[in-house]
Ligand binder design. Structure first.
Ligand SMILES: Nc1ncnc2c1ncn2[C@@H]1O[C@@H]2COP(=O)(O)O[C@H]2[C@H]1O
Ligand SMILES: [Fe+2]
Length: 274
């Protein structure tokens, strides 16, 4: 298992910044359904800086690239380069792991399976990608990695990270692309009592609910947003954004979604998919 350490800084509270579904292109003018994804990503990074968000690490929860190019991954690296905090990333359905592995190893970026965070927490970072299709699945290997990390660090509160949503989000078109073997995932989680939360990307909308006694959270994409509770594909006019997550030593999670202001990054609302 690839294990990393994140020492807690000033206090025992650890702050994470979730950035997800950037869908970047090699072309700086590349657009997804009318939104220039490089520009919206840069605007989100700029707004995080302007709002002086305090964080100890970035978690990038997949779909970093839309065109699978090394240049698109380099664009992500360049966008967060000015931050000295580490970035832990995992693949989404749109990612090409070969390019990711070669580009996202620079400076502070790391692909690891488990991060021991301060004295009280761990992150388990899972790969739910099934090559070439939009839905997710956790292999036997990933399920066993989760099980091992939870039993090895049973005294640490745990936040599990994966790209695909491990429960229906309430939109039929999107739920066909959810984590297909979610019963297997929850069976492992329910064997242990240290999982306090699960964080995903993929659904391009904010979510913060309780499921099987654990917190499940998702963040807005840095580009286009999907309309919640819509059985057919539909975009939402809410702005690109991010999620901040505070992990407290007693196991409490405090979280907040931040978004851009203004109307610069409205998608083509009549789009029917991509
Ligand atoms: N109209 C559509 N119907 C079903 N799936 C779609 C549609 N448009 C896009 N998708 C896929 O659904 C995925 C959901 O989010 P992704 O960013 O992974 O990328 C999306 C596409 O792969
Ligand atoms: Fe996505």
């Amino acid at each position: 298992m690839r294990i990393s350490h994140l020492p807690s800084q000033h206090s025992q509270t650890v702050r994470l910044l979730q950035i997800t579904d950037t869908h970047l292109f090699a072309d700086p003018y590349g657009c997804l359904l009318g939104v220039n994804t490089a520009a919206s990503f840069q605007a989100v990074v700029g707004e995080i800086q302007a709002s002086q968000v305090d964080f100890d690490a970035i978690i990038a929860t997949g779909d970093i690239s839309q065109d699978h190019t090394a240049e698109s991954y380099q664009r992500f690296v360049d966008g967060i380069d000015h931050w000295s905090q580490p970035c832990f990333w995992l693949p989404g359905n749109h990612d090409y792991q070969q390019e990711m592995q070669s580009i996202l190893v620079q400076s502070t970026l790391q692909r690891c399976d488990s991060v021991l965070v301060g004295e009280h927490w761990q992150l388990v970072v899972l790969d739910s990608q099934v090559k070439g299709v939009p839905h997710g699945r956790l292999s036997e290997e990933q399920l066993s990695l989760l099980d091992t990390a939870l039993s090895t660090n049973k005294d640490r509160h745990t936040l599990v990270l994966l790209h695909h949503h491990p429960l229906p989000a309430g939109s039929a078109w999107l739920d066909q692309h959810q984590l297909h073997n979610q019963e297997d995932f929850w069976a492992v989680v329910e064997k242990h009592n240290n999982v306090k939360g699960v964080v995903c990307g993929h659904i391009h909308q904010a979510l913060d609910i309780e499921h099987k006694g654990r917190r499940v959270m998702a963040a807005p994409s840095t580009c286009i947003q999907f309309k919640p509770d819509s059985d057919d594909f539909a975009l939402d006019s809410t702005n690109p954004g991010w999620r901040e997550i505070e992990l407290h030593q007693d196991g409490t999670i405090i979280t907040h979604v931040g978004r851009l202001k203004g109307t610069e990054f409205q998608p083509d609302m009549n789009s029917t998919g991509y």
